[in-house]
Design a binder for this molecule. Structure first.
Ligand code: FEO
Length: 400
């Protein structure tokens, strides 16, 4: 990309679309790609807000040079050191050797470990410090663990623009529209929740602390490091993040099963149908062997109810269900209404270990698990009916 987009007269978006990478962090699928956003102030002082992933745009420096039009770069503000945003710091410092890198003490510790030899001019800021650029005045708000320990946000007090680092970012490239009012909110809402749940959700408690710090900060526009710039849906985006970081979810249910020969899968469909018959409309059913963890976690964050089913596998739960459970424990997901089910051929293991998981993560099941020996014949479904009923009551208050 050779172009830039003006956010206002002296603030420019100079982000990059990445459609080549298959997995973000070599882990999370990118079927719709991802953008790395970077921003440039061309005020009396010039300032770059974060960079992009190394090599993601061979013309990145050229685009900055065009906008600077012969001027030097005075500041490089580093809100977040993860390499999808810090990857071009070294090339920026080589091109503008007098640039002052603006960050906090934790930023500089990580910076030194990545690019130490190249970074001599450091301007350390404290929480709440301000920096005059001329017309614009920046304020730095420390938001540790949203998503790394050094993460901070930069607030432009003049135009009330929040440069929010990973917060409010989304998966998905910017296909033409850079601003939210130039594109469809529904697509980016789902991709924003997937980014949140996959990348930031583990630190939801710290997101809530960030909200407390930003409570009295008037924000007109949000410029995140991924996805569209929010200038029309600002309040909506803030509200969604607040909900997600409180673990507030929709009154629906996600049913996820691990099944070798279809017995546990049949139970999943039976239970899902039973919940639908009792009035719950938002139900998603997934085979854990087919759908990537990224989408399962996204659905878990979307809905209040979660029903997990596993066949027995060598006396344990199904291996991919075990991976999902361990990931949920690692992410410390809270406040879910849980149901459990499964099938077995001799001495079980799926449901037994799902129960251990429920104790470890601290989600009390809405009722006793439904477990079937062998093929789920029609006379074996009573416990599945009980589970469907208990979940519907939990989600709706009563069966409709
Ligand atoms: Fe988009 Fe935490 O990096």
């Amino acid at each position: 990309m050779q172009y830039s987009v003006n956010i206002s007269e002296k603030i420019h978006w100079i982000g990059v679309n990445d459609r080549r990478k298959n997995l973000f962090e070599n882990l999370w699928p990118l079927p719709n790609g991802v953008s790395y956003n970077s921003y440039l102030f061309t005020d009396e002082k010039t300032a770059l807000i974060d960079t992009v992933e190394m090599g993601s745009d061979g013309a990145y420096l050229e685009r900055i040079e065009i906008l600077l039009n012969g001027r030097d770069l005075d500041y490089l503000v580093v809100n977040h050191m993860e390499p999808d945003h810090s990857g071009e710091i070294e090339s920026i410092v080589r091109r503008y050797p007098n640039v002052q890198i603006v960050g906090n003490a934790k930023t500089f510790k990580i910076l030194q470990s990545y690019y130490g030899a190249f970074c001599n001019h450091l301007l350390e800021v404290k929480d709440g410090d301000e920096l005059e650029l001329g017309h614009h005045k920046l304020k730095f708000v420390f938001t540790p663990w949203v998503h790394w320990p050094e993460t901070m946000m930069t607030y432009d007090m003049t135009e009330r623009i929040l440069f929010s680092a990973d917060a409010f970012g989304t998966f998905g490239t910017l296909d033409g529209g850079i601003f939210d009012d130039q594109t469809h909110f529904s697509f980016y809402e789902s991709e924003m929740r997937r980014y949140y749940s996959n990348i930031v959700g583990k630190y939801s408690g710290m997101v809530q602390k960030a909200f407390v710090k930003l409570a009295n900060v008037p924000v007109r526009t949000i410029c995140p490091l991924h996805g569209p710039i929010w200038r029309q849906n600002t309040e909506r985006v803030l509200s969604l993040y607040d909900r997600w970081s409180r673990y507030e979810a929709e009154p629906g249910v996600v049913v996820i099963y691990g099944s070798m020969y279809g017995n546990t899968a049949r139970m999943a469909d039976y239970i899902a149908n039973g919940i639908a018959q009792r009035g719950v409309r938002d139900i998603k059913v997934f085979d854990v062997s087919k759908t990537h963890l990224s989408y399962l976690i996204n659905a878990i964050w979307e809905y209040q109810g979660i029903i997990l089913g596993s066949c027995a596998y060598n006396g344990e739960m199904f291996p991919l269900m075990d991976l999902l459970c361990r990931t949920l424990v690692h992410m410390n997901v809270k406040n879910k209404s849980l149901g459990l089910f499964g099938s077995y051929s001799w001495n079980g293991g799926g449901v037994r270990n799902l129960l251990k998981f429920s104790e470890e993560i601290g989600w009390e099941p809405v009722c006793a698990p439904a477990e079937i020996a062998g093929r789920p014949a029609i006379d074996k479904y009573a416990d599945c009916d009980a589970l469907a009923s208990a979940m519907a009551v939990r989600l709706l208050g009563e069966e409709k």
